[in-house]
Design a protein. Structure first.
Length: 320
């Protein structure tokens, strides 16, 4: 199959780049499965497993950039151009109030799709080769998210760590009002991010919104690090009793981080191996590609965000 990805990003990915990394892993898996992959992206990009074609940020007609014989185009936002080729759209965020999406849209978790009146989804997957298992853990908790997004709940994480008597390492930007035993690393990526994920006794992820997916939870488990989180959005689809704790109360989260040392790092990694690799992701996308190519569309209707949807809305809070 000749697959084209269109994303306004630069490769290799620098910094966090969640959507960009998902695109990278998906394209890499597709190449490993024998597909011919092209990525339309920003100037200066290079990929070892796919051809890259530079495109401007906006244009009226996609066909001018597509290689001959393109079977399907994977997009990462609603299209604002015309094309004669079949497309599939990946949406990774929570939509704006009443926002309508392309009918060939897939979301990143079951709960994410259901919140948009839809059923088609593909869980994100990572390349396990980038996340070596580390069995020995240090005595700290890790918060790794956009610290300034209140829905990621850094303030709650600080309270939980304090109550548990544990040090909290913070990656994902700086926010004020630091406390004793809380250390900020700013935005982290590459080797520093990996070291924090591998060494933590647990990833602390007490989000107070409907999390579309939560890629960091999978990254942590791949390193053998359990996840302690709230049961919001996709997290019940990802975290199992063998790989972490989901708790809907402050006391439950404190108890969860105190029990972090009892989890088997190999069981945490096994959870990713069974469901959240880049190859799992690529194979499910292929099923949707084949449906669109065969039927001309994914299904009847179109997904839409709820009329009162707010992508930054806090949907859950219990004092943490």
């Amino acid at each position: 199959m000749k697959i084209v990805h269109l994303i306004w990003a630069t490769f290799p990915v620098e910094g966090y780049g969640g959507t960009e990394r998902v695109c990278y892993w998906l394209a890499k898996a597709q190449a490993e499965l024998g597909h011919e992959v092209t990525v339309l992206c920003r100037p200066g990009s290079r990929l070892p497993f796919a051809k890259t074609i530079e495109v401007p940020e906006t244009f009226p007609d996609l066909d001018a950039f597509l290689p001959p014989g393109t079977d399907i185009v994977q997009l990462y936002q609603n299209p604002n151009f015309t094309t004669s080729r079949p497309v599939l759209v990946n949406i990774g965020g929570n939509g704006q109030a009443g926002e309508r999406f392309h009918p060939n849209t897939v979301f990143v978790s079951r709960s994410h799709a259901e919140r948009h009146g839809w059923s088609e989804f593909v869980h994100n997957g990572i390349d396990l080769a980038e996340y070596p298992l580390q069995k020995k853990k240090d005595d700290y908790l890790l918060f790794l998210a956009k610290a300034k997004w209140s829905v990621k709940n850094l303030s709650g994480s600080i309270k939980i760590a304090k109550a548990a008597g544990m040090r909290l390492e913070v990656g994902g930007g700086r926010a004020g009002c630091w406390h004793r035993n809380v250390r900020s690393h700013g935005t982290v990526s590459g080797a520093r991010k990996l070291a924090l994920l591998q060494g933590a006794s647990a990833l602390l992820f007490p989000v107070i919104w409907e999390e579309p997916f939560g890629l960091v939870s999978v990254e942590a488990m791949a390193c053998g690090t359990p996840v302690v989180a709230t049961p919001r959005g996709a997290l019940p689809e990802i975290v199992t009793p063998e790989s972490g704790v989901l708790a809907d109360s402050f006391d439950g989260l404190v108890d969860g981080v105190r029990r972090a040392g009892k989890f088997n790092p190999e069981a945490c990694r096994a959870r990713v191996e069974e469901a959240f690799t880049h190859l799992h992701m690529a194979r499910k996308y292929q099923c949707y590609y084949e449906r669109v190519i065969r039927d001309g569309k994914l299904r009847e209707g179109f997904p839409r965000a709820a009329p009162d949807a707010d992508p930054q809305k806090k949907t859950y809070y219990a004092g943490y």
